[in-house]
Design a protein around this ligand. Structure first.
Ligand code: 3PG
Length: 307
């Protein structure tokens, strides 16, 4: 059996070594395709793969067609919007993610972006502090919970909205649960986004919602660029010179944001929330273990597509 690690954005070497150990201990072979750039190289590499470990790499119908032996794809991470789940089901391929394994890394980066914004992009002028500010956590999943834990250390006043997480679960963490996204944005000085990119959430972070934020509002995105209505956010930031946007996922309109909003907009060059040795080890090794469990025992825990 051949397990392919196909990561355009490679894991830390220590994580690849750990993945190799798991795969080889199970008697399987490990193949590595890193920084492949073009899809053609991925199509070539998947031909004889029984299992694939990916990150944000796109697994669409064309890749699945090329992967004749494929039985399982594990997205080493949380969001699986990069995998065509219906096509995978049609090809009889199981798709899993590794929930929670990289969430602390993403949560820590959200604070890196927050501090950078309130200290005026480290330009030396007098900024402000996070302590005492109202933080709104938009979606209370694994990353949202870590954000809440860290925010307590900063002394922030913490609010959260999650359409699917019961109020009691949020409040058990000492976080104030609000009844709607509208209430969250109207209440909070800083909003940290942790919603997945789905048909319902795409473009949902729009003028009407972000426009509710109080003066000096800061929006931090370590989730997905697709959830932002970029045209409306640009319009809003033109209307309101007090708003700031910090993101780990470069907008399609990055150049426009840069040109118009110098000093109150920043994007990392490449999505790096989960780019730590610890997150790579946790998510990568979890992915390897899930593949071994699936191939040896048929374990389908963490399956995300229909059969
Ligand atoms: C995730 O969904 O797990 C994060 O967005 C991290 O994605 P990455 O593995 O592409 O860095």
């Amino acid at each position: 059996m051949k397990v392919l690690v196909a990561t355009d954005k490679p894991f830390a070497k220590v994580a690849v070594d750990g993945i190799r150990k798991e795969i080889e201990a199970a008697g399987y072979e490990l193949a590595l395709l890193e920084k492949y750039g073009e899809k053609a190289k991925l199509l070539e590499a998947v031909v004889d793969a029984d299992a694939i470990i990916i990150r944000s790499d796109i697994i669409d119908a064309e890749v699945l067609d090329a992967a004749k032996q494929l039985k399982i794809v594990v997205r080493a991470g949380a969001g699986y919007d990069n995998v065509d789940l219906e096509a995978a089901t049609a090809h009889n391929v199981c798709v899993m993610n590794t929930p929670g394994q990289n969430s602390n890394a993403v949560a820590e980066l959200a604070f890196g972006l927050m501090v950078m914004a309130v200290r005026n992009m480290y330009n030396g002028t007098s900024g402000s502090e996070l302590k005492g500010k109202k933080l709104g956590i938009h979606a209370y999943g694994n990353v949202g919970r870590n954000v809440a834990r860290i925010a307590k250390g900063f002394g922030m006043d913490i609010y959260a909205y999650d359409a699917f997480c019961p109020k009691e679960v949020i409040e058990a963490d000492g976080v104030k649960a609000v009844a709607s996204a509208e209430e969250l944005y109207s209440t909070c000085d800083v909003v940290s986004l942790h919603i997945p990119a789905t048909a319902e959430t795409k473009n949902s972070i729009n003028h009407a919602l972000v426009g509710r934020m109080p003066k000096g509002g800061l929006l931090v995105n370590t989730a997905r660029k697709e959830v932002i209505n970029e045209a409306e956010l640009i319009q809003l930031m033109e209307e309101r010179a007090d708003l700031k946007y910090m993101t780990d996922i470069m907008p399609a309109a990055h150049e426009t944001f840069m040109a118009k909003f110098a000093g109150r907009y920043f994007s990392t060059p490449k999505k790096m929330g989960a780019q730590t040795a610890e997150a790579n080890i946790n998510a990568g090794i979890a992915a390897a273990k899930q593949i071994v469990g699936f191939l040896k025992d048929g374990c389908e825990k963490f399956r995300v597509n229909k059969k």
